[in-house]
Design a protein around this ligand. Sequence first.
Ligand SMILES: *Cc1c(COP(=O)(O)O)cnc(C)c1O
Length: 404
Amino acid sequence: MPTNPYTWLEKSLATIHRANWYRSVQAIQSRPGPKITLEGRQLLNFTSNDYLGLAGDQRLVAAAIAAIREFGTGSTGSRLLSGHRPLHRQLEQAIASWKQTDDALVFSSGYLANLGTVAALVGARDLILADQYNHASLKNGAILSGATVIPYAHCNIQDLTAKLEQHRDRYQRCLLLTDSVFSMDGDLCPLPSLLKLAGQFSCMLLVDEAHATGVLGATGAGGVEQFDCTGQPLIQVGTLSKALGSLGGYVAGSAPLIDFLRNRASSWIYTTGLSPADTAAALRAIAIIRQEPWRQSQLWQNINDLKQQLLETIPCFTTTQSSLELLPSDSAILCIQTQDTNIALQLRNQLQQAGILVAAVRPPTVPTSRIRLTVMATHTSDDCQRLVEVLKFCTQKPACKIIE
Ligand SMILES: *Cc1c(COP(=O)(O)O)cnc(C)c1O
């Protein structure tokens, strides 16, 4: 008798449940923003990547509707066949102008931009050196490329240098991969040092600006701008889905790089062009970000205020048996590290009962469990204060025994 080839699925799910790694979705029934409706309840939202509050902005909505009226809902084909619209080119030119690169190319998502770019740039005879905490899309792009992949310790230039000295000579091309803002910790890569090493060892350097675009730099152009590395030989990847409030991804860089990707990036060639609505919304978002720098300033005011309040409060709920720790961050992502997964989950549930939505991030996504908060320009100081008060209440020993 043949055995049922699908029974392993239930066993595997049971293992995921036992390890407390099980994940499921929750439906938000309102427009994006700092206050949302989740399963009928209004909650204060600290989980959104919509850093500048643009995903619910009336002007993006209007731009998307106008694009649908003019061009329909779908792009109907690959950009190289029937899927290319004038809007795509306008968006690519707007990104290139903002990032001060020769050119840019938009993909259907940031994930696909990383997958396609990494796999196009290196192959079996090449080497990838990648920060151990990089986003999954960079890791999977590296695997897809067939290159030899060597991870280096998080943001550790010494380790990267040693690995370059040891391995670089034995390979043809070499590609360094890093997030600029690390998505689960909120810290920054040492970009100037990475650029210097890339120069010394003849390596290409790809930096993923997903959480940096709209957040860092004088004009919001990202970590490259903040580190004063504009114009350097870099491959910049990013997303239209976070601060730009839309959906899609992009690569920005030199003219030959973009021309090459149009010919060799499989995840761009063999997929349908970005929808007219998403393209128009992202284009409008870039114009708004450049016209309204107060959004970015307000975001930073909120980040710094909340960080300050958390730093003052967190020692109050740390005991000898257990501790909560605010991880170092230079972005809109703030993480409170907990001792184990159960504490993170309990705290997340208690905050949600009290009307505040936060994320509990746990292994295998990250090495240590944590509460992850994302700050928006549209949070009020009352919103941030409320979060800190509820957090204080939830971690009082007698009330909920979180730290015992
Ligand atoms: C979100 C994210 C991506 C993926 O972008 P999408 O447009 O959502 O697919 C890639 N890299 C990093 C670092 C991210 O945080």
